[in-house]
Design a protein around this ligand. Structure first.
Ligand SMILES: Cc1cc2nc3c(=O)[nH]c(=O)nc-3n(C[C@H](O)[C@H](O)[C@H](O)COP(=O)(O)OP(=O)(O)OC[C@H]3O[C@@H](n4cnc5c(N)ncnc54)[C@H](O)[C@@H]3O)c2cc1C
Length: 402
């Protein structure tokens, strides 16, 4: 595997080979899973339609930038540029109160780290390339054959067999459809407009999030002190309407919705609209020798930036089990505990996101008064804030149960 180049070859793993694990999907979660299992010496194949490539917009950043926790960065353990978020400031439209969370208050190096998704995927695949037990297979999964000692994944004109199949092929997972397991809808219907902007005033590594009754707008600090990733979550039709605006009108809309917290919007990069359903797979281990992780297993509202983090927690949990017992990785019954724990954790995160989203959508003066009083109370309570930050970072008491 040689990541990120035109000349990269579609390596062919020998047909008759039996892998310990086959991971379908070289997004952040799947590539991290293949790397982590490869690092502990397992024979792994990583499959995707094509190798990840770096995507760079006009302002020099991938529009798909995500905030990752320190644990996620540690788990990936690859050379990537990660810029810190030192502080987070949250407030609401018509609200008099703001709440700020800071790394120094929480006694951590950073609240989170901003990374560019495509660069990180390329780095993860490059790291897989350096592990002799990890094979890259370019192809699209088209079939699944169950079996008692191994399962087989079909890729058009070839197939690979594995003790354990890990579906990490994203929210619209083909593997999920082939295995025949459904998703439960928890809430959603919103969409997010995502782009990168250059702002008038330096962000000083502060992430801003402003809630309105139609959804949150986030400005996340990138490595350039005057560039921010924008995630504006709102109703689907509004997100598409915003994306269709010309730059000057969209800049004015962003300035209004951000209350000029970073001054004027000087330049806007390409825009994308992402649907935001909150869904969870009915079973993380729906058939013997099959697991789902990442967005193939759960999709979350991005308002707390936890989607990849949750997927990388799935990976950490798999690695822990694989290290605990070096026997048949897909042995029936082996992953039931994992499936239950990960489902509980994902349900909890979805409930939290729904609570935030719906809590802020509740309009009227009474709703605002309750929220603003709560925000003032929490902002004045450093102990509570520290706990909230630790839960969001995945190192709190609740996170330890999963
Ligand atoms: C606007 C927005 C902002 C976000 N911000 C954050 C954030 O700040 N922090 C955070 O933690 N999360 C964030 N998220 C969530 C995060 O982007 C996702 O959780 C994450 O990208 C999921 O990664 P994944 O590897 O599971 O899936 P994907 O990134 O979707 O990767 C799936 C891979 O599978 C491959 N694939 C699909 N089908 C097949 C097939 N049949 N055969 C072979 N390969 C296949 C695809 O090519 C792809 O490479 C955000 C999401 C959105 C929409």
């Amino acid at each position: 595997m040689t990541a990120g180049t035109e000349t990269r070859s579609a390596t062919s793993a020998p047909q008759a080979d039996l892998y310990d694990a086959v991971v379908v999907g070289a997004g952040l979660v799947g590539a991290a899973a293949a790397l982590t299992l490869g690092r502990i010496g397992l024979r792994v194949a990583l499959i995707d339609h094509r190798l990840p490539r770096q995507a760079v917009g006009e302002l020099g950043f991938d529009v798909r930038s995500v905030a990752l926790s320190q644990q996620s960065i540690d788990l990936m353990d690859v050379e990537i540029d990660a810029s810190p978020i030192d502080e987070m400031c949250v407030w609401e439209e018509h609200g008099g109160s703001r709440i700020t969370f800071s790394a120094s208050e929480a006694q951590v190096e950073a609240l989170a780290w901003m990374i560019e998704s495509s660069r990180a995927c390329v780095a993860l695949c490059d790291a897989c390339d350096g592990i002799s037990t990890v094979d890259w297979i370019e192809g699209s999964v088209s079939g699944f054959v169950p079996g008692s000692t191994a399962v087989t994944v079909e890729l058009g004109n070839r197939s690979v067999s594995t003790r354990l199949l890990i579906g990490a092929d994203g929210a619209d997972s083909k593997v999920r459809k082939l295995v025949g397991t459904g998703m439960a809808d928890r809430s959603g219907g919103d969409a997010a407009l995502a782009t990168v902007v250059r702002v008038e005033h330096a962000h000083r590594r502060v992430a801003y999030q402003r809630f309105s009754e139609t959804g949150p707008l986030a400005l996340l600090p990138l490595a350039d002190p005057r560039c921010c990733a924008v995630i504006w979550s709102t109703a689907q039709d509004k997100a598409h309407a915003l994306a269709a605006l010309d730059d000057t009108v969209l800049a004015a809309a962003l300035e209004g919705a951000s209350e000029l917290v970073l001054g004027r919007i000087e330049k806007i990069d390409r825009r994308f609209v992402f649907p935001l359903p909150q869904r969870i797979v009915r079973d993380f281990n729906p058939a013997p020798r099959v697991l789902f992780i990442g967005d193939a297993a759960h999709t979350l509202h991005p308002l707390a930036g936890q989607g990849v983090n949750l997927g990388l927690e799935d990976v950490a949990s798999i690695a822990e089990e694989a290290q605990r017992d070096s026997g048949d990785l897909g042995r029936p019954g082996r992953w039931r505990g994992f499936a239950l724990r990960r489902r509980t954790r994902a349900e909890m995160m979805i409930a939290l996101m729904t609570g935030f989203r719906e809590g802020y959508a509740y309009g009227g003066p009474f709703g605002r008064w309750i929220r603003n009083s709560g925000v003032r109370m929490i902002d004045a309570a450093p102990g509570i804030k520290r706990r909230l930050v630790r839960e969001a970072m995945g190192v709190g008491v609740l996170a330890r149960f999963s």
